[in-house]
Design a protein around this ligand. Sequence first.
Ligand SMILES: C[S@@+](CC[C@H](N)C(=O)[O-])C[C@H]1O[C@@H](n2cnc3c(N)ncnc32)[C@H](O)[C@@H]1O
Length: 242
Amino acid sequence: MAEDRVRPARPHHKLTDDGRPMREVLSYSRRGSRFTPRQAAAWEAHHERWVIPDEAVDDPGFSLASWFGREAPLVVEIGSGIGEATAALAATRPSYDVLALEVWVPGVADALGRVAEAGAANVRFCSVDAVWVLEHLLGEGQVAELWTFFPDPWHKKRHLKRRLVDAPFAHLAATRLAPGALWRLATDWADYAAQMEAVLGAEPLLEGGVVPRWEERPVTRFERKGLAADREITDLAYRRVG
Ligand SMILES: C[S@@+](CC[C@H](N)C(=O)[O-])C[C@H]1O[C@@H](n2cnc3c(N)ncnc32)[C@H](O)[C@@H]1O
């Protein structure tokens, strides 16, 4: 894939009152788009069936059910990376549809290979900004479970505002959860864990906090990086109330 094929998904859509594009703070940065031969092979083999093209979401008649080919309870994973958690967890939940949101396309290609190896036919990938997807594609109460494992830490002070899990996002995500549905998170950055606890704890639609490691969650690339750097891993779980 050519370097210029990766574009930030759906940013710069918002306009100021006088019609100028608004500067948006994104939770991800542009990364390389080149495929390794293994990624290219996985992409070639599976993308037509399992990747929702960016343009598709602009169709006013867009329907997730038609991309999954059925109606089933929906799990959403934000930042699926190379799909380690996606593949393992989707394979053990065949009755759920799993929508994996990941803007880094080579990661999606890797994930396609993993999902195929795991024999999971219930995953669809979308490389559009997850915030945009939650705002525009997912309805109130549509999500049966939400996973956010090792979101980009943006640990430098000037970058903190780019963290995905902040108060407005906590509210948006909470509204997309069905009553009683869980939002599971994990991070290897203690101050991000504290931020998650603070903003999710302050969200009236959510109840929960720090939990023991979710046993089913496989160790992912970013968890391995955190462990190698001696960082403590924190799992959190919140349930939508009300
Ligand atoms: C630190 S990685 C973690 C990946 C994986 N969950 C793991 O544990 O290895 C975070 C991922 O989230 C993706 N990401 C960040 N913000 C996103 C957004 N707004 N929409 C979709 N993906 C996003 C990034 O591209 C990156 O691959």
